[in-house]
Design a protein around this ligand. Structure first.
Ligand code: OSB
Ligand code: MG
Length: 377
């Protein structure tokens, strides 16, 4: 369903941007690297009423996508924020088209859009979930588990998450750390809902290795090939019984349309940052729902800001698989919101207070800030 009732325009006075360094509870390793500190940009939309908050989910280095913190900082402060501030008022639904002339930089656009959306909804006392069309008040919580020292260590890490109540496990894989790791988790825990994420680490030359994963009856294999390998993914999908799910490749509604037409994916991971914003994420949800294609909500180690927005998005009816919508404690000892998301019976609650439905912990925000600027109208 498209957004039923658009949000009204608001007067924007400026944007405050901060780079944060937030320590992780443990290093997070994927096929593309290891992070011990989450470097992220927090955006504050300055308005006549309540400020709005957003998050630019770039990482420090362009390894997951071409975007990275300093690039996003540059494009947001020099081009995107000034374009929005050149208008007397802005409605959240206008942002995609206002920023359309600037090619790419979707994570930067998404962070600004979320800040404006939060401010606009706070002004109307409507929650993000209500605005999106949420149909549930809590969402099932899956967890993304990084590559560990060895398969035994992986089993122990997964055991901890299962004990906490996570309802679905995703393990990161890469060449040389795939079949044995997956086998270890399957053998240890039987028929748990299990999926793997390769973050583009393979090529079609690895088809035999990837086909070995079929025997584990995984929910899906996420992004085995490169971002632009849309035809190769279709070829691979025909050779596997494991459903192919795309993450990195789905950069827009158009990319999703093309991937589905080609048979490159039968499941889609939706991440608002990667697709340029929560409104484009809803459009991809709508497309997939109409096509009967299951979707789930991905994550980018969001702070409490993006984590609240992800819970609201994941409450839409097409999100039929558990997402990477874990508790804040999965990644952080200390978050930047006063009431970080917690796991309750394997679920995370969809906030119901106005806007994001979470409040900023200003002392935590200050503690983690390493760079700050204000762009004024
Ligand atoms: O591929 O889904 C991914 C984190 C950073 C970059 C890419 C990915 C991830 C995750 C973590 O898997 C998901 C989460 O935030 O829980
Ligand atoms: Mg992924």
């Amino acid at each position: 369903m498209p957004i039923a009732r658009p949000a009204a325009s608001i007067a924007l006075h400026g944007f405050e941007l901060r780079v944060l360094h937030v320590p992780l509870v443990s290093p997070f390793t994927t096929s593309f690297g290891t992070e011990s500190v989450r470097e992220v940009i927090v955006v504050r939309a300055l308005t006549d009423g309540d400020d709005g908050w957003g998050e630019i989910v770039t990482q420090a280095e362009p390894l997951y996508s071409s975007e990275y913190t300093q690039g996003a900082w540059d494009v947001a402060t020099r081009f995107l924020a000034p374009a929005l501030l050149s208008r007397r008022t802005v409605a959240p639904e206008e942002i995609t088209s206002l920023l359309e002339p600037f090619v790419g930089h979707r994570m930067a656009k998404a962070g600004l859009e979320l800040a404006v959306l939060d401010a606009a909804l706070r002004a109307e006392a409507r929650s993000l979930g209500e605005y999106f069309g949420a149909v549930v008040d809590r969402v099932p919580s899956g967890v993304s588990v990084g590559i560990q020292r060895d398969p035994d260590a992986l089993v122990e890490t997964v055991r901890g998450y299962l004990d906490e109540g996570y309802v679905r496990i995703k393990i990161k894989i890469k060449p040389g750390r795939d079949v044995a790791d997956t086998a270890a988790v399957r053998d240890a825990f039987g028929g748990i809902p299990l999926q793997v994420d390769a973050n583009s680490a393979y090529t079609l030359a690895d088809i035999d290795t990837l086909a070995e994963l079929d025997r584990f009856e995984l929910l899906l294999i996420e992004q085995p090939l490169q971002e632009d390998d849309i035809v190769d993914h279709a070829t691979l999908a025909r050779h596997l019984t494991t459903p192919v799910c795309l993450d990195e490749s789905i950069v827009s509604r158009k990319a999703a349309t093309d991937a589905l037409a080609l048979g490159s994916a039968s499941i889609v991971n939706i991440k608002a940052g990667r697709v340029g914003g929560y409104l484009e994420a809803v459009r991809i949800h709508d497309l997939c729902r109409d096509a009967g294609v299951p979707v789930w909500c991905g994550g980018m180690l969001e702070t409490g800001i993006g984590r609240a927005a992800n819970a609201a998005l994941a409450a839409l009816p097409g999100f039929t698989l558990p997402g990477d919508v874990s508790a804040s404690s999965r990644f952080y000892h200390r978050d930047i919101v006063t009431e970080p998301a917690v796991l309750e019976d394997g679920h995370v609650r969809v906030p119901t207070d106005p806007g994001l439905g979470v409040e900023i912990d200003h002392s935590a925000l200050e503690e983690f800030t390493v760079e700050r600027t204000v762009v004024r109208a």
